[in-house]
Design a protein around this ligand. Structure first.
Ligand code: GLC
Ligand code: CA
Length: 538
């Protein structure tokens, strides 16, 4: 059975480009179900990052919530999503969009109740979908009762739970003098205690002191609490920052040991997975440890945050370096591939408002070796917003648009907590669903191409070193099949040649382009901003 439907069943896309069927076959679905069973499920899953606050409101208060998310699970399932990563869902004053947690064992009231969360888990499970939650270990909210107690004086029961100093700096904390990630000093004076506390992020996010055994134990118990609730794993926020030393604050040996103890707990439950948010953007290798003792996955920011530069410069080197780094990961490690997130620009902006570049970037995300994480709204190419009530990153956190018309665009019957981004009607699911040339239709085809084909999640990857650096091309292969993926980063037709041997002649199963072999020379031709997936074998 060919990968994407038999000969003749491919639909002709715009300008002669091939678009595979937008829905997988029942046979693909059956193979996908098998791949998604057992401990390696996450290698074959398509993840979706949900900003619960902006996804679907159910009670008209303008704030997305868990019952709202439940009502959209069928949409996600139909899109081809296998697993969710929920941005923080715990009670929070929202100084940093929930990354300032005030209670680690409860649900943010605006999002619902613990019963709503349990219902989400069972509804996801009923659809064969998994749920990872965001775990913010490095810091709490300053509203957390622990901090409220710790800040009172130097002798209370939680006095040592945070990182305190008599001066705005400490010699044993090397990074503490360089300011916080969000600018300004990383030390804030607490008048009641007459001491400063350390915060790597906003002043409302005091860093926990992991050298205090009770803190270390409490947070391990928190991971158990959520695993017992049935979560399928965690996205671990800035997890490299837990411990500080005089010379480094990033993934120091104590932090590595702590991560390993989390992994041991997670391994005590069947089929769970953890994904790391690395601190350094260009090389996630240290987050994998020996390959089986730290994270299952880590975000590949080397591609995810910098792909726009490759397209803007028409030069593949950034992507090539990201792929080379990932290919040197220890055995067992799995790359987590993104083109955007709640922390960076909307992919639409990164692509320079260019739909073809956007498609090329998404195609790479779905076909490079690893597990893709779609940020909500990327499938409809949600545009940026303008309002920034919390911080500048709000431009990429606007509410999802479901319907073309209506003030609330199907997101809410009230007033959305954050205004919609540009062109909300045009980028609504309703409008794009009806348009075979929309971004949504493209995503459906991409995910249908992947579905049930192990090669994308776990097959080998080999760069094709074409002499034109404007084209990024690579071969993906396993026992069953081989593909060649090629993306033209340039806004003009390109052609590149490399010395290589391919396992077959190839036919285009997605996109548009040509592949020719003569002796040991392989030549790839692509139209401007074009892309093609060639099926080489079987
Ligand atoms: C991570 C989150 C980001 C947050 C920061 C502090 O980088 O992705 O949104 O501001 O951690 O928790
Ligand atoms: Ca609501």
């Amino acid at each position: 059975m060919p990968a994407c439907g038999g000969a003749g069943s491919d639909e002709a896309g715009p300008a002669g480009s091939v678009r595979p069927p937008s829905r997988p076959t029942p046979e693909q679905q059956a193979r996908a179900a098998a791949l998604l069973t057992g401990p390696d499920w996450y290698r074959h899953a398509v993840f979706y990052e949900v900003n619960v606050r902006s996804f679907q409101d159910s009670n008209g208060d303008g704030i997305g919530d868990l019952p709202g998310l439940v009502s959209r699970l069928d949409y996600l399932k139909d899109l081809g999503v296998d697993a969710l990563w929920l941005m923080p869902i715990m009670p929070s004053p929202f100084a940093d969009s929930g990354y300032d947690v005030a209670d680690y064992r409860a649900i943010e009231p605006a999002y619902g109740t613990m019963a709503d969360f349990e219902r989400l888990m069972s509804e996801a499970k009923a659809r064969g979908m998994r749920v990872l939650i965001d775990l913010v270990l490095n810091h709490t909210s300053d509203a957390h009762p622990w901090f409220q107690e710790s800040r009172k004086d130097k002798t209370n029961a939680k006095a040592n739970w945070y990182v305190w100093s008599d001066t705005a700096g400490r010699e044993d904390i090397g990074c503490g003098t360089n300011g916080s990630t969000f600018g300004d000093s990383a030390w804030e004076l607490e008048p009641a205690r007459e001491q400063y506390y350390f915060h790597r992020f906003y002043p409302g996010q005091p860093d926990l002191n992991y050298r205090e055994p009770e803190v270390a134990k409490e947070m391990l118990d928190t991971t158990r609490f959520w695993l017992d609730k049935g979560v399928d794993g965690f996205r671990c926020d800035v997890v490299g920052l837990l411990f500080e030393t005089a010379t480094s604050c990033s993934l120091v040996p104590e932090t590595i040991e702590y991560i390993k103890s989390i992994r041991q707990i997670v391994d005590g439950y069947a089929d769970r997975a953890m994904v790391a948010e690395p601190v350094e953007l260009t090389n996630a290798t240290p987050y994998f440890g020996g390959g089986e003792d730290m994270f299952h996955m880590a975000f590949d920011f080397a591609y995810g945050y910098f792909w726009g530069i490759a397209f803007a410069s028409g030069d593949r080197r950034i992507i090539e370096e990201a792929m080379a780094t990932a290919s040197a990961f220890p055995a067992g490690a799995q790359d987590a591939l993104v083109i955007g997130s709640h922390d960076v620009l909307r992919a639409w902006q990164t692509a320079g408002n260019d739909a073809e570049r956007y498609r090329g970037a998404a195609l790479l995300q779905m076909t490079m070796r690893g597990t893709p994480f779609i940020y909500y709204g990327e499938e409809v190419a949600l545009r940026p917003g303008a309002a920034t009530p919390i911080d500048i990153r709000d431009t990429s956190r606007t509410p999802m648009t479901w319907t073309r018309d209506g003030a609330g665009h199907g997101f809410t019957t009230g007033t959305p907590w954050l205004p919609f981004g540009e062109a909300p009607g045009d980028t609504s699911v309703e409008a794009e669903d009806a348009d075979p040339d929309s971004m949504l239709s493209f995503y459906r085809s991409l995910l249908a191409l992947r579905r049930g084909h192990a090669v994308w999640g776990s097959g080998s990857s080999r760069l094709l070193p074409l002499d034109d650096r404007g084209i990024v091309a690579f071969v993906r292969e396993d026992e069953a099949e081989s593909y060649l993926v090629a993306v033209n980063l340039a806004r003009e037709p390109r052609e590149g040649t490399a010395t290589a041997s391919l396992p077959g002649r190839g036919r285009v199963v997605l996109g548009q382009g040509s592949l020719a072999t003569a002796g040991d020379a392989v030549t790839v031709k692509l139209p401007e901003s074009g892309y093609a997936v060639f099926q080489l074998r079987p």
